[in-house]
Each structure stands twice: as structure tokens, then as C-alpha cells.
Design a protein. Sequence first.
Length: 760
Amino acid sequence: MEKYAQVIIDISQRGLDRPFSYRIPAGLQHCVRAGSIVMVPFGAGNTLRKGYVVGFADRPQVAAEKLKEIEQIVEPSRGYTMEDNSEFYLRLAAWMKNRYGSTMATAMRTVLASRKTGKAREYRQIRLLLSKEEGGKQLEIYVKKHQTARARLLRELLEVPELPWTLVTTRLHVASDAVNAMKRAGVIEVVTVQELRNPVNVSPSAQTGMELSPEQKEIVDTVVGDFDGLQAGQTSVSLIHGVTGSGKTEVYISIIREICARGRQAIMLIPEISLSFQTLMRFYSHFGDRVSVVNSSLSEAERADQWERARRGEIDVIIGPRSALFTPFSRPGVIVIDEEHERSYKNESMPKYQTVDVAEEIARMHGAVLVLGSATPSLESYWRAQQGQIRLFKLQKRLTGGTLPSVETVDMREELKQGNKSMLSRSLHAKIEDRLRRGQQSMLFINRRGFAGFVSCRNCGFVAKCPHCDVSLSLHGNGRLVCHYCGYERPAFRTCPECGSRYVVAMRAGTEKIEEYLRETFPQARILRMDADTTRRKGSYEKILSAFSSEEADILLGTQMIVKGHDFPSVTLVGILMADLSLYGNDYRSAERTFQLLTQAAGRAGRGTEAGDVVIQTYQPKHYAIRHAARQDYEGFYAEEIAYRRLLRYPPVGHMMAVQVQSEDEEAALRAANAIRMMLMETHSLSERGQIQVIGPSTGSMKKLRDLFRFVIYIKAEKYDTLIVCKDLIEKTETQGRQAASIAFRHVEIQFDFDPVNPF
Ligand code: ADP
Ligand code: ZN
Ligand code: ZN
């Protein structure tokens, strides 16, 4: 009997997000299968469209004379090994569609990511031209001339004579100017090769045979033991809570090695910028050319090359950002997520997935283990560990040596009272001067994250908050204070309701202004600034880091970009300006974010042999996020934060879904948002039993973005599944609304965001 292919067309419109039947031409009968990508004629004009075969039917859903035929197959086979991975991708996409509320087409596009392969590409490699002896002499010259970037590169090349260009510029922080100068001097040559090569001839360093500490060994044994006991359809999740330098990476490497030895593959996720050259080299020395690194400096096509290698079984380990999750391995056995609390793990386009969740689902499907690591775990993961849902391991000791920095918290209200109106406290000022005198480096971090025009009193620290949602109100252009969750509004304060002062002002924190101030105050200092403005040009980010790690500057001033990853051993002072700024983000995660940022920033000081100092400037020295960060006390912070979440039923204790309704037509968007609210309120099974709380619609933090008007409804519920029910109801209402040509849903687009990370 003839079978018909059920095809989802690659158009992200909810109205078209259902399978259409197609006839399979005789020539393709044997190669079309579930998961195949095909080209099909679609619509009245029979335009050729990409589509995904999601299944088969014995009977087509349209009349025989209307039935169209598959034109061609794009990828004849996505099954690489005996496993049928096409099925796997279909199941994963369906799971994501259900959990995050996207269309099936968008979910398919996400899990298949880019599969563009094509003509051979070219990659640059840097090769040493000098002998060991000549190289050693040249190195001395560079060191003498203080050409530290060149010295750094040469030192590495004397270990590994050929290194990929991207690795040198992005991870070793040697800017291309320096590389080119060395090329002109005949120290190195730059050659072009067809394949992206790893520095495979890394000599197994002394580290390779390192013996694990008893704590590390216990983690490895337990996780590998878990793995050995798993069936497909099962997973085991572990969280390693340990500060930077406590030996987490060494644990990841050992676990990955064990599991690869059992014939499975490993996915290692890292936040984009935090992977250091040294760490990479450690992976290379363990896994040689069986490991591949993908990052955003690779083009899409170059990334596809790496995926092709994974598909062909040429590599066992992939290291990359969240999209590496979808690497087409035949059967991953372990997924590691380092710095699991990082915001970049949340995908901010549809489907708005949380990487940890998707990783867990993939691990479950394959019978793999999931390992999470962080110095400041997300509340979600720590909460699950406390509930006994996942394993918790602790690594307490710093193995890298270096003393923990001493932290001083300065109350800026006191400074004001003492007549100091400048941006720097007297203490920080004195310490910067001292470092300049001693020729040591300082980092000044301006905490701007989450900053959204909040208003506070510079005299007493009072901050205007929403009486219903306990998040900060934001100052809008019309001079009113607005809550982004519920839409509560009030006029701005003329005087502080707490102390009567007239210093109730919107905080403005410009890095540029601070740089100017520093230049005036310390004319002898060499200052680098790093923020969105100074890093816009390609390569400028690397250039700044290169200059700073080459000690070409005394002070590095910047936003959260400077607190991640990189080790600068001669930094002995970290100043945090406006530590509280991120407390007043307009969402429930503000305190968590602040704690993470301050802890990370403070951890930058004293990495070398000299002890370090940290100065935290704040208007709220007593706030628990600041107090616990100053003491580097995660548990203390967690206890207070989880109590707050419990009280207000915020995630992870409860769950929350943002429904974003947008349209070019403001009235249409509002009408649809109100219709959704009505529908939810009238669904008795939900609202009457108090299962959900509907907040809004409000206009969100930006009413109008890229010419679209946006309204947001927040729904809170005890259980995630209740929110899925709401999402399904909203989708149904929308679809029915469209079919009935209801005016409410014309020209609007609806997006869902579960447990949102970034406020709208
Ligand atoms: P993390 O990933 O937590 O920052 P790493 O695994 O990078 O920690 O370890 C920090 C440093 O300690 C590295 O230089 C590493 O080589 C070293 N190290 C890790 N484990 C051991 C061990 N068992 N014995 C000796 N040194 C170790
Ligand atoms: Zn006040
Ligand atoms: Zn509110």
C-alpha cells in the first residue's frame, strides 16, 4: 500500500504548524524517513519550501487530486550509525515545542541547527621557524624589550611549534599586530591549511598524569558508577559546587576520559568567553585530535565542518557554547555544563530554552550522565540538590594556591555625609594610588548589569519598589515609575519618603564618565576601558585583554565583561563601583545576579603570589547579597534568597511564564493580551482553584521595540506543568481566533518564556 509522508513546512507560523501530506515519488521511496529534510511545493503558487518529514500516513488528509509530491530530498540520510538519529531529533524537537511553546518548525530548526556543508574552507596556522636554541634567544630579547605578547606566543610555540591562528588571538590574547610583526621578523610563518587542526602534538604535560585528590576521585567514581548503571531513558545529574581553581576541570576531564573509553562521546559546554588557553591545552593534551572546539569566532560554515567531523565519528569530545548541545554525535555518554549559572545558557529566541533542561532531556534519551559545575550555582540547581533530585558534590579547597583576598565594604552614604561626593571612596582612592606607586595592576568593575533606570536615595539608600511584586520600579520617559511585572505606576518622588532628602535620583553609570574622572585624578596611570562601546570592532576585545595581560596598562576599567574567566596574576586590587546597581534590576533574579557578579569580581584579585584587596562600594552594605558576597559565603546567600523566593512563589519554588504579545498595531496587541487574560480567568479549572495567578498585561521594560508594540502577561503557578496547560490553551485560543478571523488575533505574534531570565 502506498504511504504518504507527513511534512512540517519550515515556516514559523503557528497557523501552518501542522503536518501536510505528500506523495513520495518512486525514486525516493527508500530514502525518505522520519527526520528527512525535503523540498516540497507549497501554497497556491507551489513555491518550493523546505520541510521536515515527521511521520507517515496510510491515507492522505487531502483529496487525491490535490495531493502534491515531494520534489527532492535535501539530506538523503541523517542516520549515521546503526542508531537512527533522525528519530532522536524529531523526539527532541517535539519535546522542546511542548515545553517551551514554539512551533515545530522552529524547534526542528534549532535542534538541526546549521548543517551547511560545502566547499573546503581555509584556516590559518602559526608555525615557528626558529630552532629551540634560536627561539630561546629570541625569547630573551622579547622579555628584555617588554614585548610581552610576543614573548607569550613564542613561549607557547617553543612547547607546541604550530598553533591555530584563532586560538592564539582569542585565547592567548595576542593581537594580530603582534603576530604580524613576528612574521615580518621571520620568527614565525603563517600557513593556510584546509582542515581546522588542533595542536595535536601537544606533549602530554606533567599534568596529564596528575593524581586526583580523594575528593575529586570520589566524584569521578560516583559519576562513572552512575553512568555504568544507566539504561537508555535514564539519566543521573550531578552538581559540583567549587570555587575557581578547586579542580573541577580536572574532574570533568577524568569523567570524560572514562566515558569515552566506553565508546561514547562527550559534550562539554562553556560560556563563550571563559575558556582559557591553558584549559584548552589541557583538553588537547588528553584527547589530542579527538577533541574539537567550536566558538562564535568560527563562521557558521566552519562550525558545520566540525559537526561533520562529529557525524563521521572523527571526534569524541566537543567543547563549545550552548548550541554545541546539538552536535550530531551518535551516542553521547556525558554532558558537562561548566559555570552552569551563566545567563548565556538561556536561549533568548524561540524556543526560549534553558540549556540545563535540554541537556538533561538529551542525556535521558541517550542514557547519559549530566554534570554541572559552578562556584555560584544557580538557585534552580542548588534547590534541586537540596530536594535530593540531583547529586551535590563540594570541592572546598583552592588548588592553585594564592591567598583569598581581603574584602572591604564601603558605605557610600557615609562618604557623602563626610563630604566626599566623588565616585571613589577614600579607601579605594588610596589603594589605587598605592598600586600605582608599587607598579601593580588594578581592575575597576562597574556593575551595570540589570540596570534599568531605577531611582534611589543617595542619602539613605531608599529604593522605590513595587508594593505587589517587590521588584524595583523603573523610571519611564514620562517621569512615572512603573513595575514591569504588573504595570503598577506612580509619580516619581520629589523627596525621599524615608529620610526627606531631595537626593532621590535616577542612577546613571557611564564607564566613559568614570574613565574621564580617573584620568584627571591619576594623570600618571595608563588606563584601559572595556565596555560595549570599546569592543564593538572585531578583535578589539582581544586587543584590550592582550594589552592588559601584557601589563601595558595599570588600570582596567569595565563592565561585567572584565570579570569573566581570565587570570591576571599581577592584579592585586579589585574595586567594585556601584555594587548595588544590579540589585535593582526589575526582575526577581536581581539579588542572585548581584551575588554572582560580586563573587566573581572579588575572585579576580590575588591570583598571583601577592595577596589581593577588594573594595566594594555600595549604598546598601547590609543587603544580604552584598554581605554574603563580601564573605564569599554561598550557603548563607542561598538560605536568604530561597526564603524570599518561597515567600513570593518565584522560581525555583514556583514557576512563572511570560506571555509576550506583539504587533505593529498597538491596539491589536493590547486586545489580544486582554483576550488571553480573560480566557485564562474564565478557565475555571485553573483560576477557581487558585492554581494560577495572572499578572498584567503590562508594557514590559520596552513598550516599543523595533517598531513592534509589546505587552506582557505573567502567569505564576506552583507547577511547571500547569503553565504548559496554560500555554496550550493560549495556542488554541490563538489558532481558533485566527480561523474565526477574530479581530483580536489578527496581526499579532505570541511568544512564551518559561521562568524568564531576562526581563522583558
Ligand atoms: P577549576 O576547574 O575548578 O577552576 P582546575 O581543574 O582548573 O580547577 O584546577 C585548578 C588547578 O589545580 C589547575 O592548575 C590544575 O592543574 C590543578 N589541579 C587540579 N587537580 C589537581 C590535583 N589532583 N593535583 C594537583 N593539581 C591539581
Ligand atoms: Zn532617603
Ligand atoms: Zn508589580
